[in-house]
Design a protein around this ligand. Structure first.
Ligand code: ADP
Ligand code: MG
Length: 232
């Protein structure tokens, strides 16, 4: 179980202080899929950044396994994230001048995996997203959908326990978006990765086992499987 406890994130100071996430708590069974929904500005990305340790909230705990990841020191957290997490954030652009191969290699370099161990994982990840023919192509030559698939290959190359996707299909046509999501749910099933997805898409949210609605930095509703229900 992943426990998110009393997480509060504020921006600014004094009269400019703004509470983006207000004392949010919920539990997520490992291996499940979670949709985070809500209007623009409601705090979805801030919540994702807090749960993934990309950002440090002022208060709260994010307990994964036996660790509160918010208590980890900078380099411990970096290592944990490189080993256990994958990210598909709209703002995480691919490196245009680097090849697809080198884009996917990045998390493995951060995780300090030995170079001779990297190659197999990189080629496998590119194969999963059907990009084997683009291994040496510079990322800038890819289409939007291909770039997003490349971002997914990079997110899954370390077989992460947790995958965070912030509006992963926002910039894609519906056909491409659907194939990308099929891929993410496939990984969720086959690797047992816990999937967190920020989305405006109701169909996509309905494919998730748990749906969380955020408004003004608070959870207003939660639907689907909870810890009290039997896991299928
Ligand atoms: P969402 O992803 O749901 O659109 P965000 O989590 O990005 O919302 O933002 C929630 C609120 O926090 C918004 O009002 C936004 O303006 C504010 N906010 C987000 N990031 C910052 C920041 N770095 N500095 C100040 N305010 C921010
Ligand atoms: Mg956002």
């Amino acid at each position: 179980m992943i426990h998110i406890r009393n997480v509060t994130k504020t921006y600014g100071r004094r009269q400019n202080r703004f509470v983006a996430i207000d004392d949010i708590s919920f539990d997520v069974p490992e291996g499940t899929s979670v949709a985070i929904m809500g209007k623009s500005g409601s705090g979805k990305s801030t919540l994702m950044h807090a749960i993934s340790g990309l950002d440090r909230p002022q208060k709260g705990q994010v307990i994964i396994g036996d660790k509160d990841i918010l208590q980890l020191h900078g380099h411990e957290l970096d290592r944990f994230r490189a080993n256990e997490m994958g990210f598909i954030f709209q703002s995480f652009f691919v490196e245009g001048n680097a090849s697809c191969y080198h884009n996917v290699a990045l998390p493995l370099e951060i995780a300090r995996l030995r170079p001779w161990k990297r190659k197999k994982l990189i080629l496998e990840a590119l194969e999963k997203v059907e990009m084997s023919d683009k291994v040496h192509a510079p990322a800038r030559d890819l289409s939007g959908g291909q770039k997003q698939r490349l971002a997914i290959a990079r997110a899954i190359v370390n077989s992460p326990k947790l995958i965070f996707a912030d509006e992963p299909t926002g910039n894609l046509d519906s056909g491409t978006g659907e194939r990308i999501m099929d891929l993410l749910f496939d990984l969720n099933r086959k690797m047992g990765s816990t999937l967190f997805i920020v989305t405006h898409d109701a169909d996509l949210a309905n494919r998730c086992k748990l749906r969380i609605h955020v408004k003004d930095g608070r959870i207003v509703s939660m639907a689907g499987q909870t810890k009290k229900e039997k896991q299928s």
